[in-house]
Design a protein. Structure first.
Length: 489
């Protein structure tokens, strides 16, 4: 395929006309990214804000490739809600898009056939599906572009989120003929360096400002944890439109949404254990402005709704990336919006210490799983592996997938088998990641007490080079907490 600047510009404008407000022009860096990807055949890493238009670049590249008779785009995305949103975005851009995930297993063969016969322009999948035995080999001849969304999760510094994400770049390198583009809004320098190294240094960084000038960041520090719910209730009663609420775990989402319902608010809990049909209903109700979801990170990264007037974080998130992604749901349409963090220092500090430890893979458990699997003479399916242990299924599943991502186990259609008979846990790496996670949690605790501009603090924390003297002039630390947010509890 021979691309030219005219075709690239035409493809981008076509996507903007269909997906962006009337009269929208390319954002700084969008045409550069497309030219690097298509004209120079370079792998591209987009570190851009949540509202910059990374998807517009993905879909414009797809249009250009298809215009010249090229093959489909494979989009790798972490969350089911995000996948549905991206498929809808691609369709709005005029592309035939479908999703492959755990919710449509019965249709996998039929949907994969859309790639083979050339009728699909975009297929959106989870990292787990991408890592399924034989998948990459089956689809390699039918795609010309692979996009890796939320690419910071593929870093070694993010591997405890989903082990399969750590395998993605190695799998992508097995299809060298396919153009590749990765994107994220949150990539500290260490993460950028790590992802670039995983790509073998073959990655062109296109980095822009993470500014969202319509978003005012505020903090209300509760003196006691039992006051936090009263503050949230008062805040919601001050709002005329529904926004979005975040908390840190499933139990909290359920308990807090139930409490708000008793206070008269129209809300519902949203997390990974909610049934798929009910998740879809909540998403629809939220998009229509009928409900305020109280969500964990299961409703997050990249999910698009133009008008979100506020995002409330109930309790301090564990990482700057989590907080920046979640608060960045607000203000994407350019209208004034609020990011409100309601914190209780004592509770936040205690929870941070506990959850950082809980979210790390246990070296002892990994050793147990490894020793058992090393004794097996034939591959085992996950159900059989779980039968070997008197441990929670989730812990065994995570450990098995983690060791597979590290290359200790191999996963084929026959099951999992141990392929490294002399493996030892790399405790230096484990300790390094553990210390990094503690430092991230401390950085978020520092956010709740800093006297710096809140916007500048969090943007530097997620990788933007910003002067220390920067001031947004609309956050709590720049102008003070607005009078209407001083609830007096």
């Amino acid at each position: 395929m021979t691309f030219n600047k005219a075709l690239i510009n035409e493809s981008l404008m076509k996507v903007l006309e269909r997906c962006a407000p009337p009269g929208a022009l390319p954002r700084p860096g969008q045409l550069k990214a497309l030219e690097k990807l298509l004209l120079k055949n370079e792998n591209v890493f987009l570190h851009q804000s949540t509202a910059w238009g990374k998807s517009a670049v993905y879909w414009a590249a797809t249009h250009a490739i298809r215009e010249l008779g090229g093959k489909a785009t494979l989009q790798i995305s972490p969350l089911l809600s995000l996948q549905r949103d991206q498929a809808l975005s691609a369709r709005k851009a005029g592309l035939n898009a479908f999703v492959l995930n755990s919710e449509n297993k019965k249709q996998w063969n039929e949907l994969e056939q859309n790639l083979v016969d050339g009728s699909a322009d975009v297929v959106v999948i989870t990292p787990e599906h991408f890592a399924r035995p034989g998948f990459v080999q089956r689809i390699a001849d039918y795609i010309d572009l692979a996009t890796l969304d939320e690419a910071h999760l593929a870093s070694a510094w993010g591997y405890t989120f989903r082990p399969e994400y750590f395998q993605v770049i190695d799998l992508l390198k097995k299809i060298p003929h396919v153009r590749k583009i990765a994107g994220t809004a949150t990539a500290p320098t260490r993460v950028i360096q790590d992802v670039t190294t995983q790509f073998g240094g073959d990655l062109t960084l296109i980095q822009g400002t993470l500014d969202n000038p319509s978003l005012a960041r505020h903090i209300i520090r509760a003196t006691k944890s039992d006051k936090m719910l009263l503050i949230l209730d008062a805040f919601l009663k001050s709002q005329k439109e529904p926004g979005l609420l975040y908390t840190f775990e499933v139990k909290a989402a359920e308990e807090l949404s139930n409490a708000l319902i008793r206070f008269g608010h129209n809300t519902d809990h949203y997390h990974g254990d909610v049934k798929p049909d009910h998740k879809l209903l909540i998403e629809e109700q939220w998009q229509d402005g009928d409900i305020i979801p109280f969500a964990t990170s299961a409703l997050g990264v990249g999910v698009h709704k133009d008008h979100v007037p506020y995002v409330v974080n109930y309790g301090t998130p564990l990482t700057p990336s989590d907080f920046f992604q979640q608060s960045g749901r607000a203000g994407r349409d350019g209208t004034p919006a609020i990011s409100l963090l309601i914190s209780d220092a004592a509770t936040d500090k205690q929870r941070a210490r506990f959850q950082v430890e809980q979210n790390m893979p246990s070296p002892d458990l990994l050793e147990i799983v490894y020793r058992k699997m090393k004794k097996q003479e034939t591959p085992l399916q996950m159900s059989k592996i779980k039968e070997l242990f008197k441990l929670p299924d989730s812990a065994v599943s995570f450990s098995t997938k983690f060791l597979t991502a590290q290359g200790v186990f191999a996963h084929t259609e026959d099951g999992y088998s141990c392929v490294q008979l002399d493996w030892e846990m790399d405790m230096d790496q484990w300790n390094e990641v553990f210390e990094y996670r503690k430092a991230e949690a401390q950085l978020m605790l520092d956010y709740t007490t800093t006297e710096e501009c809140l916007d500048g603090f969090i943007r530097r924390a997620v990788g933007e080079k910003l002067a220390k003297k920067y001031r947004c002039e609309i956050c709590t630390n720049c102008v003070g907490l607005p009078r209407w947010l001083k609830f007096g509890f």
